[in-house]
Design a protein around this ligand. Structure first.
Ligand SMILES: C[S@@+](CC[C@H](N)C(=O)[O-])C[C@H]1O[C@@H](n2cnc3c(N)ncnc32)[C@H](O)[C@@H]1O
Length: 541
């Protein structure tokens, strides 16, 4: 039967062309060609009721939905699925496409419904697994319970574990300490507990040699900016979330505090995304660029490289994660993030009291105050954290700091001598434990150089504290960190004065938990420690 507006031959030609484009995965062209086919059916609305035409129309809509979803146009994809399902409520292709789009949007319960409905039409193991996967992700989005052990034990490589976004016991409020908005605990939280799991709006990545020049980094940045602009253009919800973030222009104290419901997918009333289009914000490129300047975070180099050593190549990743972008920086942070694929998992790296502000480090905080100040200025702020205030204002040790920092920056002298001077100064000035921990964290590279050298350790003997004790103290200042964990492992393994075996294991696991969070289980953590020690010096814990 000829479709009005197109004769049978022309329609057949268009359909063959569309099939070729599908096979070539040329989504853009496919959308253009399939749109012609769909328009022709629309022009013949009454004829479309005929069974054969309806089948062609529904599969073309379902395929166009797939193509749109692949190009990031979720609202368009859902509109296509709904149009197909209006014509045939049990169309398997449309049900599968709709399920996949909803899964991508984090609407797992509704995605599971679609996959279940598809199962009723055709039973396959693959679709059954999709239903199960959505059920798992729905439960995980609610509980935040994730187990990364297997992935960690596979050396942080291989397929990333499936993750769902999750908002834990936190809330965005005004921050008296840092100005503007910040994220706060709404109940007491144990170290290691997951606070937020957030999927990036976009990430720019490159694998660069350690000494990559800025032109190479610029390519990564440009690719990232393009992806964010594209995501904002395609999804009004994404655009409106981006606009809740600071541009760095208006005083942050005057910016509104967003409603937490915005970050929770399951309470999102924006239906399938088609409704989102109605209150779409214009794609204000200038504003988005300013938001990116203030809110982008870098992915840390792969944890495996940090813990097990890198070979001169770093993974360079920059991304935008919306809820984590409300978390302020501190050089004495109580949270950390782990990057798993496109997800950032933020966990408590110390115990946090209800009402306490959650902070993580935007940059390396195992550096002296002057370096941290430079890094904060590059971000566009003067750090107001308690550690910076202490190091800037301390009258006794303060006079000594610039000299020590100079020596550290020159890096040629005996780092053991520097450590001894700092330790003696702190002892004579009766610096309290917490502040001692801050200063040790600031001069961490000197301590590391000392402990890396058996010769220096022998030379300075009892005039320097043992490695495990320093690692424990520094972990108290900055929470977990791979290099501190590594030092704790090595120090504990050398068995010098940090308690009996059980106490030592407990300390190691505590720093491990602060570093990776409870998402890595005890057993896996132990296995990881063994790997680290083997890589280090073929010894076992
Ligand atoms: C990613 S945003 C954090 C959320 C931001 N406070 C807001 O209201 O949107 C980064 C900005 O927060 C502020 N900020 C974050 N940490 C800070 C700190 N330790 N001291 C002072 N300002 C800080 C700075 O203005 C910085 O440019």
């Amino acid at each position: 039967m000829a479709t009005p507006g197109l004769d049978d031959d022309s329609l057949q030609q268009l359909r063959s062309r569309a099939t070729q484009l599908l096979l070539k995965e040329n989504w853009k062209e496919y959308i253009a060609v399939s749109s012609l086919i769909i328009e022709a059916f629309d022009a013949a609305a009454s004829a479309a009721a005929a069974c054969k035409d309806r089948r062609v129309l529904c599969s073309t809509l379902a395929h166009r939905a797939d193509a749109r979803a692949r190009l990031g146009d979720a609202p368009g994809a859902l509109a296509d699925c709904d149009a197909a399902l209006a014509a045939d409520p049990a169309h398997p292709g449309a049900l599968l496409s709709k399920g996949a789009v909803l899964r991508g949007l984090g609407r797992y319960a509704r995605a599971a419904e679609c996959f279940r409905a598809a199962l009723a039409v055709s039973v396959t193991d693959e679709v059954r697994e999709m239903v199960e996967q959505c059920k798992r992700l729905d439960a995980q989005a609610r509980s935040g319970a994730v187990d990364l052990s297997e992935w960690v034990l596979a050396g942080f490589s291989g397929k990333f574990p499936d993750l769902a976004e999750h908002v834990g016991p936190v809330e965005v409020r005004r921050s008296a300490a840092h100005g503007g908005r910040g994220v706060f605990a709404v109940k007491n939280i144990e170290a290691g507990a997951t606070l937020v799991i957030s999927k990036a709006v976009a990430i720019g990545r490159g694998v660069l040699p350690d000494a990559a020049d800025s032109a190479e980094k610029m390519v990564v940045w440009k690719d990232f900016v393009d992806k964010v602009l594209d995501a904002a253009e395609k999804c009004p919800r994404t655009a409106s979330l981006i606009y809740t973030l600071s541009t760095g222009e208006d005083p942050e104290d005057e910016l509104p505090v967003p409603d937490m419901a915005q970050f929770k997918q399951e309470t999102d009333e924006l239906n399938d995304g088609t409704a989102m289009a109605t209150d779409s914000a214009p794609n204000d490129v200038d504003k988005i660029l300013k938001v990116l300047d203030v809110n982008c975070l870098t992915e840390d180099a792969a944890p495996s490289a940090n813990l097990l050593g890198s070979n001169g190549v770093i993974n360079c990743g920059v991304g935008l994660w919306i809820l984590p972008a409300f978390i302020n920086h501190s050089c004495h942070p109580n949270a950390r993030r782990t990057h798993v694929g496109d997800h950032a998992i933020v966990h408590a790296s110390r115990d946090i009291k209800s009402g306490e502000e959650i902070t993580f480090a935007y940059f390396d905080v195992l550096t002296p105050v002057s370096k941290r100040r430079e890094a904060a200025r590059a971000w566009g702020f003067e750090c107001q954290c308690d550690r910076c205030r202490f190091e800037a204002g301390d009258a006794i040790v303060g006079q000594e700091l610039p000299k020590l920092e100079n020596e550290l920056a020159n890096g040629r002298g005996d780092m053991g001598a520097l450590v001894v001077r700092l330790e003696e100064k702190m002892r004579k000035s009766m610096v309290k434990e917490r502040r001692k921990a801050f200063l040790r964290a600031s001069f961490w590279s000197a301590y590391s150089a000392l402990f890396d050298s058996d010769k220096l350790v022998r030379k300075w003997g009892r005039r320097v504290p043992c490695e495990a004790a320093v690692a424990e103290s520094v972990a108290g200042a900055i929470g977990g960190d791979e290099s501190v964990l590594r030092a704790m492992l090595r120090g504990a393994n050398n068995g010098n004065g940090c308690g009996n075996r059980l106490e030592v294991e407990d300390k190691v696991v505590r720093i491990g938990r602060a570093t990776y969070g409870k998402v890595v289980k005890r057993q896996a953590m132990r296995a990881l420690f063994r790997l680290t020690l083997d890589a280090d010096n073929n010894k076992c814990l």
